[in-house]
Design a protein around this ligand. Structure first.
Ligand code: PLP
Length: 395
C-alpha cells in the first residue's frame, strides 16, 4: 500500500517542485501535530487565515450547529440564510458606514474578480490601476493586476486596460484620470514582503480617486481581522475605500471571500445585465457560521489590540547576526536575511526545530512570521529560541 506521502506526489496536482510535505493529523490552537504526535508551532496561520488559531472551540461549535441545520441550499443571493444575514450585519456594524453591502464569494481571487467587475460596471469605465509587487490572487483578472511579471507572463493575453505603477511612488498617481474605473491596492503589501504605505500615500490615492470618479478598492485579504494590530488597515490609516475585498481569516478556517461596498454601488449588479455576478457556493452557510464565530472571538478576546505587544516580543527576542531587519505591523512580519539561499534553508529546516515557516511570493530574502493572533508571549519566546537555533544551524 502506498503511503500518504507517495499518494500526495502521485495524485495531487503539483505546482511546486519543492512542497513543504509536512503530514498533519491534527491541529489545535497554535500547534499542528504530525504522525506520532510530532508537534509544530504554526508561524504562518495557513497564510493569515487561522487568526483565532486552529479549531477554536467557538468556531467548531458554530460549524457543528450549522451542519445540524443545513448545508448548501441554493446559489448565492436567492434564499434568506441566517448565517449569511447575521455575518453580513456584523461586518457592516464594524466597518465604516458606506461599506454596508456584503457580497459573499468563495475565495480572495473571486472577491477580487467581483470587485473589479463591480468597479467597471458602476463607472462604465475599464482602465484599472494596480501596483508593483501587488498580489491579488491567481485567476485571470487577479493575474492581470499582479505586480510581478515572473508569475503572469506565461498566461498572456491577460485583461486589457490595466496600468501598473510603483508602490509608494507619489508622482505616478497622475495615472489616475477620468478614464480610470478603479485603483486596486493592498494598503499594506503582504507578498511583497510586508511593505507599508508611506505617510500620506493612501490619503493621496483616495483624494485622486474621488476627484476623478474612480473607485478605490482595498484588498485586505491578508491585513484584515486584526492581523496588523487593528481590525482592518482602514482603521490604521483612516482611509475608507469604495470597495473592500476580504477573504482568508474571514471564514475562521473555512473557505470564504467577500467584496463589500455601499448599497448604491452594489446595486449596479442587479440590472443590465441582471445577475452581474453569480456564485454557487459563495457565502456557504457553514463558512459564514464559522466566520462569524471567529470574528466574535477576535472582538471578545481583543486579539487585534494585543497584536502590537506580541509583535514587540518577536522584535525584541529575534536578535541574531544573520537577521538584517524585521519589517511589518502587528503579527504580519518579514524577517530579512542576507540571501535567498539562507531563507530557503531556514524554511526547509524549520520543522526539524518544531516550527512552520513560509516564503513570500515576491520577496526572496525574507521569511514570513504570521502566527495565529492567540499566540501567547511564552509561545512567542519559545518560537524565538527555536528560530535562533535554526539560524545558528543554517548559517
Ligand atoms: C492580498 C491578497 N489578495 C488576494 C489573495 C487571493 O486569495 P485566494 O488565495 O483566497 O484566492 C491573496 C492570497 O494570498 C492575497 O494575499
Amino acid at each position: 500500500m502506498l503511503t500518504n506521502r507517495q499518494l500526495f506526489l502521485l495524485h495531487l496536482g503539483q505546482t511546486s517542485s519543492a512542497p513543504l510535505m509536512l503530514e498533519i493529523e491534527k491541529a489545535e490552537g497554535v500547534f499542528m501535530y504530525g504522525p506520532g504526535g510530532r508537534k509544530y508551532l504554526d508561524l504562518v496561520s495557513g497564510v493569515s487565515v487561522s487568526n483565532t488559531g486552529h479549531r477554536h472551540p467557538r468556531v467548531v461549535e458554530a460549524v457543528k450547529n450549522q451542519v445540524d441545520s443545513y448545508l448548501h441550499l441554493m446559489v448565492y443571493g436567492e434564499m434568506i440564510q441566517s448565517p449569511q444575514v447575521k455575518y453580513a450585519a456584523k461586518l457592516a456594524s464594524i466597518l465604516p458606514e458606506k461599506l454596508s453591502s456584503i457580497y459573499f464569494v468563495n475565495s480572495g481571487s473571486e472577491a477580487v474578480e467581483g470587485a473589479l467587475k463591480l468597479a467597471k460596471r458602476f463607472t462604465g469605465r475599464s482602465r484599472i490601476i494596480y501596483f508593483s509587487n501587488a498580489y491579488h490572487g491567481s485567476t485571470n483578472a487577479a493575474l492581470s493586476v499582479q505586480g510581478s511579471e515572473i508569475y503572469r507572463n506565461a498566461f498572456r493575453p491577460l485583461m486589457p486596460g490595466t496600468v501598473q505603477i510603483g508602490f509608494n511612488d507619489f508622482g505616478a498617481l497622475d495615472a489616475i484620470d477620468d478614464k480610470t474605473a478603479c485603483v486596486i491596492i493592498e494598503p499594506i503589501q503582504a507578498e511583497a514582503g510586508v511593505l507599508l504605505p508611506e505617510k500620506g500615500y493612501l490619503e493621496l490615492i483616495r483624494e485622486r480617486c474621488s476627484r476623478h470618479g474612480a473607485l478605490l478598492i482595498f484588498d485586505e485579504v491578508q491585513t484584515g481581522f486584526g492581523r496588523t494590530g487593528k481590525m482592518f488597515a482602514i482603521d490604521r490609516y483612516g482611509v475608507v475605500p469604495d470597495i473592500l475585498v476580504l477573504a482568508k481569516a474571514l471564514g475562521g478556517g473555512m473557505p470564504l471571500g467577500a467584496f463589500i461596498s455601499s448599497g448604491e454601488i452594489m446595486s449596479s449588479l442587479i440590472s443590465n445585465p441582471r445577475l452581474g455576478h453569480i456564485t454557487t457556493f459563495g457565502g456557504h452557510p457553514v463558512c459564514c457560521a464559522a466566520g462569524l464565530a471567529s470574528l466574535e472571538v477576535i472582538i471578545d478576546e481583543k486579539l487585534s489590540e494585543s497584536c502590537e505587544s506580541k509583535s514587540a516580543v518577536f522584535k525584541k527576542e529575534l536578535i541574531h547576526p544573520a537577521i538584517k531587519s524585521i519589517r511589518g505591523e502587528g503579527l504580519l512580519l518579514a524577517v530579512q536575511l542576507r540571501s535567498h539561499e539562507h531563507v530557503g534553508k531556514v524554511i526547509a529546516s524549520a520543522p526539524v526545530h518544531g516550527l512552520v515557516l513560509d516564503y513570500f511570493l515576491f520577496c526572496n530574502d525574507a521569511f514570513r512570521i504570521a502566527p495565529p493572533l492567540i499566540i501567547s508571549d511564552d509561545e512567542i519566546k519559545y518560537a524565538c529560541r527555536q528560530l535562533l537555533l535554526l539560524l545558528d544551524d543554517t548559517e
